[in-house]
Design a protein around this ligand. Structure first.
Ligand code: NDP
Length: 289
C-alpha cells in the first residue's frame, strides 16, 4: 500500500495536492477549516477528518497548505500531541525565520520537519513542469521522497530548514522582476497603436529569452570572478543610456516607477567606481545593504 497522506487546507493549492496524492494511489485524509470545501475530492475517494487531530492521526505524512505562518501555528497548536513520530511537511509560503521556528517547534513534538516551497500554480501540480523545494530533515526527505514525487519533482536544498523558503523567495524575486519589467514594456508599447500580443510573441518573449543567458554570466562572475576584459556591456554605458528609458516613459505618459530602482542602482555602481564592471557589481552592492 502507498504511504497514507494527510493534507491540511483545501484552498486552491491544498485541493490540487490532495488530488495528486489520490491520483497516485495514496490513501488521503483531508481537513479544512471550512468543512466540505472541494466536494469533487469525495468522488476520488478522499477521507474527511472532522478535527485537525484526527487528520494528523490518520497518516505518517502530514502536509500543511494553509494561507500563512499564523494560520499554521493556530491550526497545529491544539493538535500538537498527535504529531509525534510523524513527518510534517509545511508547504505554506513563508520566510526562512518562520521555517526555522516551525522546525524547532515540530522537533519539540518529537516529529520530523520538512519545509517546502512550491514552484508551481495549482494546475501544474502532478505534472512534469512543477517542482517543490524542500529543506530540513534529510532523513524524512529520503523516507518520503517517492511519496512527495506524486505532487511535483522534489528537490532537496539543505538541512537548514530555512533554505527552501530562501530559494523560493529568491526565485519569486526573479519572477517579479521579470513581470515588473514586462509590465513596463507593455505599458510603453500600449502608449502607441501597437498590438500588445504581436509585440509580446514576436519581440518581448524572444528578447527576454535571449537575455536569460546573461543571468548565468552574472552567477559565474559572482562565483569565480570576472574574466579580465569580459565586461562587454559595462555599467557606465548602461547607466548613460538608462536616462532614455525614464525620459521616454514620461514623454509617452507612462509611469516609470518600475525602472527607477534599477536606474538608482546603476548610478550608485558608477558613483562607487564600478563603471567598468558588469552586472555582477550590482549584486554585490545589493548584498552589502
Ligand atoms: P487559498 O486562499 O486558496 O486557500 C487558503 C487556505 O487556507 C484555505 O484552506 C483556508 O481555509 C485556509 N486558511 C486561511 N486562514 C486560515 C486560518 N486562520 N486557519 C485555518 N485555515 C486557514 O490559498 P492557496 O491554496 O492558493 O495557497 C495556500 C498556500 O500555498 C499559500 O501559502 C500560498 O502562498 C502557497 N502557494 C500557492 C500557489 C498558488 O498559485 N495558489 C503557488 C505556490 C504556493 P478556508 O477554506 O476555511 O478559508
Amino acid at each position: 500500500m502507498k504511504t497514507p497522506a494527510t493534507v491540511l487546507g483545501l484552498g486552491a493549492m491544498g485541493t490540487a495536492l490532495a488530488r495528486a496524492f489520490l491520483a497516485a494511489g495514496h490513501p488521503t485524509t483531508v481537513w479544512n477549516r471550512t468543512p466540505d470545501r472541494s466536494p469533487e475530492l469525495d468522488d476520488l475517494g478522499v477521507t474527511r477528518a472532522k478535527t485537525v487531530a484526527d487528520a494528523i492521526a490518520a497518516s505518517p505524512l502530514v502536509v500543511v497548505c494553509l494561507l500563512d505562518d499564523a494560520s499554521v501555528r493556530d491550526t497545529l497548536a491544539p493538535a500538537a500531541s498527535e504529531l509525534g513520530s510523524r513527518t510534517l511537511v509545511n508547504l505554506v509560503n513563508g520566510t526562512p525565520e518562520q521555517a526555522r521556528r516551525t522546525a524547532d517547534w515540530t522537533t519539540q513534538q518529537d516529529a520530523e520537519y520538512l519545509d517546502g516551497g512550491i514552484m508551481a500554480v495549482p494546475v501544474m501540480i502532478g505534472g512534469p513542469a512543477a517542482f517543490i523545494l524542500y529543506s530540513g530533515s534529510e532523513t524524512a526527505f529520503e523516507r518520503h521522497q517517492a511519496d512527495l514525487a506524486a505532487l511535483a519533482r522534489p528537490t532537496f536544498v539543505g538541512s537548514d530548514p530555512g533554505l527552501a523558503a530562501l530559494h523560493d523567495l529568491a526565485l519569486l524575486s526573479g519572477m517579479y522582476g521579470m513581470f515588473g519589467g514586462a509590465a513596463h514594456a507593455l505599458a510603453l508599447i500600449s502608449s502607441e497603436k501597437v498590438s500588445p500580443t504581436a509585440f509580446t510573441a514576436e519581440l518581448l518573449v524572444p528578447w527576454l529569452t535571449a537575455m536569460l543567458g546573461a543571468v548565468s554570466g552574472i552567477a559565474n562572475d559572482l562565483e569565480y570572478g570576472a574574466e579580465p576584459g569580459a565586461a562587454g556591456s559595462n555599467l557606465a554605458m548602461q547607466a548613460a543610456a538608462f536616462g532614455n528609458l525614464t525620459e521616454a516613459s514620461h514623454a509617452q505618459g507612462v509611469d516609470p516607477r518600475m525602472l527607477i530602482p534599477m536606474r538608482d542602482l546603476l548610478d550608485r555602481a558608477v558613483a562607487e567606481g564600478h563603471g567598468d564592471e558588469d552586472l555582477a557589481a550590482t549584486v554585490r552592492l545589493l548584498a552589502k545593504d
